[in-house]
Design a protein around this ligand. Structure first.
Ligand code: SAH
Ligand code: SF4
Ligand code: F3S
Length: 450
């Protein structure tokens, strides 16, 4: 050892840099945030829950409704003092607002260092090193998944998301997704099975397959042939240790026979289906470019229920779409009555720049508010009834975390309800049979079945 070296001995342990990510919007963004964190891991960043200690703040944004998009700017406003205190702080904007507004974000908020779209975030490390433009929102030829770390380094948890399909080609008249996420692309079977096996090896027992049109997935199979979504689910069900499979979000027009049959045949496929319908009026469905009628939706539900009688259905509704009359609204209410949903999301129509419906005349805002209230009251009644129906039933529950009260564990039922159980006998990651004894506002209480 040289003299020189021994003199300059103080060990330089470079502390890991801290990354804070805030995620808005759908599950696909939750998944993307995890993948971005993994990509940044290679640059020496570790996640922090505390924004104040972050070296980089990444806001993964949603553009679906005006309110969602505006949140970005109020958050950035709140970040200004932090950046003033800490000039080295990097601020990045990812996700669907990044895609939709690009450079405009930096113009409005110069504190932003990086803007990256949902299909380009694999290049975040390069952007950070100054080896790529600091605004990247084109839809690249390459597939981001080929350029992300292959091994999933997600936090240990028994349930995980897995994106199998990106983008959307449906162009519903109100929706920004085809513009923010780009064209529909299905990931190949091999990649999906590989990622699923990797997750299971890390202790994951439940996987939710994600896509904006997930049931429209069709990909190159391991045999070189084109597979449909039902076949993919069957292949996943053969993975040892993968106990539960879910998927979201689906389009009614892509509920193929082989998928309905999978609901009948594959025990790992949970009896739960989120199938957005948006409206019960044929006139409005047509104006929305949904390409099916209310009766076609109802027939489809009948076929699904025939295949899996105990399935729970959930949906999305938009209230106050341009041109919606009292009769249209009544038609939607009737469809809800007829189906009986376990729960549903409902939104007041929000005009989005760049979509076909944006130019159309809006209906009276107060009328839309009143309709939304009426519709939500009905959906709440249905949700209560569905939860009440669970009392006395014994369901599988996958335990995910301890409850706030010591001695309590919280898990998810087959139907995705949060279930509280007072027990010292289960651990995180256990899948146990639980008898439901009580229904609360948004959860159930149960006891371990003997
Ligand atoms: N791909 C999914 C929907 C993704 S967006 C599907 O086809 O069903 C999630 C939900 O947001 C939609 O189902 C719709 O109910 C709602 N939504 C989308 N655009 C909206 C808008 N402009 N105003 C209000 N709600 C909207
Ligand atoms: Fe949007 Fe329609 Fe595509 Fe769903 S199917 S993401 S609502 S355009
Ligand atoms: Fe929002 Fe983009 Fe998802 S607009 S709902 S984050 S696909």
């Amino acid at each position: 050892m040289s003299d020189n070296a021994s003199k300059t001995a103080p060990e330089t342990v470079t502390a890991a840099k801290k990354l804070f990510i805030k995620t808005y919007g759908c599950q696909m963004n939750v998944y993307d945030s995890q993948r971005m964190a993994e990509a940044m891991g290679g640059e020496g960043y570790v996640l922090t829950e505390d924004q104040a200690e972050a070296d980089m703040v990444l806001l993964n944004t949603c553009h679906i409704r005006e309110k969602a998009a505006e949140k970005l700017y109020s958050d950035l406003g709140r970040l200004k003092p932090l950046k003033a205190d800490k000039p080295d702080l990097k601020i990045g904007v990812a996700g669907c607002v990044a895609q939709a507004e690009g450079e405009e974000i930096v113009r409005r908020m110069p504190i932003v260092d990086l803007v990256v779209g949902p299909q380009t975030y694999h290049r975040l490390p390069q952007m950070l090193r100054g080896e790529a433009p600091r605004i990247l929102t084109e839809f690249p030829e390459e597939d981001k998944f080929d350029h992300l770390p292959q091994n999933r380094a997600t936090r240990r948890a028994p349930a995980a998301f897995l994106t199998v399909q990106e983008g959307c080609d449906k162009f519903c008249a109100f929706c920004v997704v085809p513009y923010t996420r780009g064209a529909e692309v299905s990931r190949p079977v091999q990649r999906i099975l590989g990622e699923a096996r990797d997750l299971v090896a890390r202790g994951v027992r439940e996987i939710t397959l994600l896509g904006q049109n997930v049931n429209g997935w069709h990909g190159a199979g391991e045999d070189g042939r084109e597979w449909g979504f039902g076949r993919l689910i069957r292949a996943l069900s053969e993975i040892d240790g993968l106990d539960r499979i879910r998927y979201t979000t689906s389009h009614p027009n892509d509920m193929a026979d082989d998928l309905i049959e999978a609901h009948r045949d594959v025990p790992q496929l949970m009896p739960y289906l989120h199938l957005p319908v948006q409206s019960g009026s044929d006139r409005i469905l047509k104006a929305m470019n949904r390409k099916h009628t209310a009766v076609e939706y109802l027939r489809l539900i009948e076929r699904i229920r025939a295949a899996r009688p105990d399935i729970m259905l959930t949906s999305d509704f938009i209230v106050g779409f341009p041109g919606e009359t009292d009769q249209d609204h009544a038609d939607t209410m009737r469809l809800i009555e007829e189906v009986g949903f376990g729960t549903a999301f409902s939104f007041k129509y929000s005009p989005r720049p760049g979509t076909p419906a944006y130019e159309r005349e809006e209906i009276d805002s107060k009328v839309a508010d009143a309709r939304l209230q009426e519709l939500q009251a009905l959906l709440t009644r249905q949700q209560k009834a569905a939860q009440q129906d669970m009392i006395g039933r014994t369901l599988g529950v996958l335990f995910e975390k301890p409850g706030r009260i010591p001695g309590q564990m919280i898990g998810k039922s087959d139907y995705l309800h949060s279930v509280f159980v007072d027990t010292a006998e289960v651990q995180i990651g256990d899948l146990a049979q639980v008898r439901i004894v009580e229904s609360a506002t948004n959860s159930l209480r149960g006891e371990l079945a003997a």
